[in-house]
Design a protein around this ligand. Structure first.
Ligand code: AP5
Length: 221
């Protein structure tokens, strides 16, 4: 494996992007840039960005393109991302964001865009049983093995249900995915820059498929 990569992971909410990006980030030794994590950190810290984003996020809406493009542009210009690359999780989420990303990466283009494919009924099940550590973001599953007293085994933080994992917000997010984010599949697919990866199976199985698709695409470049 050659360290360093510039990757975009697309997929429905609950497809397992966050779960897999943590592993991919260790495997390829690159930062995992999750725009959802950036926004949740801003909410926790009570910054202006966090205050304005919280209501939109809790309702399952999308934060404005201009704000998101600014956040990602700043993050990609840091030394680690410039030198080693990155994995983008949750960005781009609209065609204007994808076009802006093409402008930002003109000198160092993305290696591959992956669409992690999981059907809607399965992602609803996954999100409904998801619990997360408020501090480090580790995922837990409510119906499976649970941390003792809902304290994170990783960092000791509280394990809770995300504020946007209510049935109403889940459905709004999935509807918005169809109207705002699914057009990206055509945007990248038409340009031959995207590969579909089946996201159904155990996390280990999905990880194996992802690394195979990424390594194949990088060998071809
Ligand atoms: P974000 O944090 O990106 O949330 P999301 O898109 O709703 O995605 P999720 O975190 O729900 O899903 P995931 O695919 O990461 O799944 P996970 O690995 O957790 O964004 C939150 C909000 O921020 C947005 O709604 C929006 O408001 C705002 N935002 C962020 N970026 C934005 C942007 N660019 N523009 C505008 N607004 C933006 O897995 C789900 C569950 O399944 C977990 O419990 C996990 O343990 C389990 N699981 C994972 N893999 C498997 C498997 N193989 N088998 C069984 N279970 C599995």
């Amino acid at each position: 494996m050659i360290p360093g990569a510039r990757l975009i992971i697309l997929g429905r909410q609950g497809a397992g992007k966050g779960t897999q990006c943590v592993r991919l980030s260790r495997h390829y030794v690159v930062p995992h840039i999750s725009t959802g994590d950036v926004l949740r950190a801003a909410v926790r810290e009570g910054t202006e960005l966090g205050k304005s984003a919280k209501e939109v996020m809790d309702a399952g809406g999308l934060v404005g393109d201009e704000i998101m493009i600014g956040i990602v542009n700043e993050r990609l210009s840091r030394d680690d991302a410039r030198a080693r690359g990155y994995i983008l999780d949750g960005f781009p989420r609209t065609v204007p964001q994808a076009k802006a990303l093409d402008d930002m990466t003109i000198e160092r283009p993305i290696d591959i865009v992956i669409d992690l494919v999981v059907p809607r009924d399965l992602v609803v099940q996954r999100i409904s049983s998801r619990r997360v550590c408020r501090d480090c973001g580790t995922n837990y599953v409510a119906s499976g093995p649970t941390p003792v007293l809902w304290i994170c085994e990783n960092c000791g933080g509280d394990v809770v249900q995300r504020d946007d994992d209510t049935p109403e917000a889940i459905n709004r997010r999935l509807d918005l995915y169809e109207t705002q984010t699914a057009p990206l599949l055509q945007f990248y697919g038409d340009a031959g820059r995207m590969v579909d990866v089946d996201g159904v199976g155990t996390p280990d199985e999905v990880f194996g498929r992802l690394t195979q698709a990424i390594d194949t695409a990088r060998r071809r470049r």
